[in-house]
Ligand binder design. Structure first.
Ligand code: BV8
Length: 223
């Protein structure tokens, strides 16, 4: 069976990484316009690097949880799995998922705003870091900010459209175009989340609860 999976911050919540819109979420502590937009970065690159340096340090300390592990196990089974994530952490990879489509970029990667070179980000990035390729001091986290086009959208749309089953896990479905992917699904649809998301009505099936309970149980049924 062809399965397309979209994960959000909720799958990493039990690994200790903050979500965005829960009561103590990141967007309750920071104004996303200051730290997750190109305009915010142009205004204050130091603040934005500090924001991502702190999240990168958290990510290095965190460990994949049973939900990440279950999706990695699913990919090693008989099904054709496409794993798409809105998350910028590397917990899916560290759990063993072979191919992860990071539509919103990756915390562990850096990009040069001048020459588009990409490289593994150092733990701490600084506005004065010169790009390793063109040496201009315009390095930034390789993250898709608000107002920027998510990565791999054509491949993502193709995988979701072709899937026999589209599953969204741990996302509030508040951010587009990710939240609109369910409209492209032609097969069965399943939402796995702590509570109904903003697009819950677009899914035929739902399983509500903690990702580390629900995802391993769901994967076990598919094995
Ligand atoms: C773009 C990187 C255009 C930053 C992020 C309509 C169509 C198109 C765009 C828009 C539109 N309307 C508005 C827009 C603009 C905007 C948008 O969607 N704004 C929202 C706020 C209304 N979209 C954009 O700007 C996108 N770009 O449209 O470009 C364009 C066109 C042409 C040319 C150029 C450009 C770009 C969006 C990407 C922004 N970057 N991330 C970073 O990570 O620092 S988005 C950010 O939100 C994160 O990536 C995050 O993953 C993502 C989505 O949040 P969730 O993952 O869902 O997390 P959240 O906290 O919200 O929810 C967690 C859920 O988990 C909750 O439901 C909770 O109940 C659940 N949960 C918690 N614990 C558990 C759990 N579930 C299970 N178990 C648990 N233990």
């Amino acid at each position: 069976m062809r399965i397309a999976i979209l994960t959000g911050a909720g799958i990493s919540a039990e690994s200790g990484l903050g979500t965005f819109r829960d009561q103590d979420g990141l967007w309750t502590k920071y104004d996303l316009n200051d730290v997750a937009t190109p305009q915010g970065f142009a205004r204050n690159p130091r603040l934005v690097h500090d924001f991502y340096n702190a999240r990168r340090a958290n990510c290095v300390q965190a460990a994949p949880n049973a939900a990440h592990q279950a999706l990695a196990d699913l990919a090693s089974g008989p099904h054709d799995v496409t794993l798409i994530t809105q998350n910028v952490d590397d917990l899916h990879e560290r759990a063993g998922s072979p191919a992860v489509v990071h539509m919103h970029g990756e915390l562990m990667r850096a990009v040069c705003a001048s020459c588009d070179a990409r490289w593994d980000a150092p733990l701490e990035m600084d506005p004065k870091d010169p790009c390793p390729a063109c040496h201009v001091q315009t390095t930034r986290p390789d993250i898709v900010w608000f107002g920027e086009m998510p990565y791999m959208m054509d491949d993502i749309a193709q995988a979701v459209t072709a899937a026999d089953l589209f599953v969204a896990i741990g996302t509030s479905a508040e951010v587009y175009p990710a939240a609109g992917l369910v409209e492209l699904a032609r097969g069965d649809t399943l939402e796995i989340n702590l509570e109904p998301s903003a697009r819950a009505n677009a899914f035929e099936n739902h399983r509500f609860g903690l990702a580390t309970d629900i995802v391993p149980a769901w994967v076990a049924e598919l094995r």
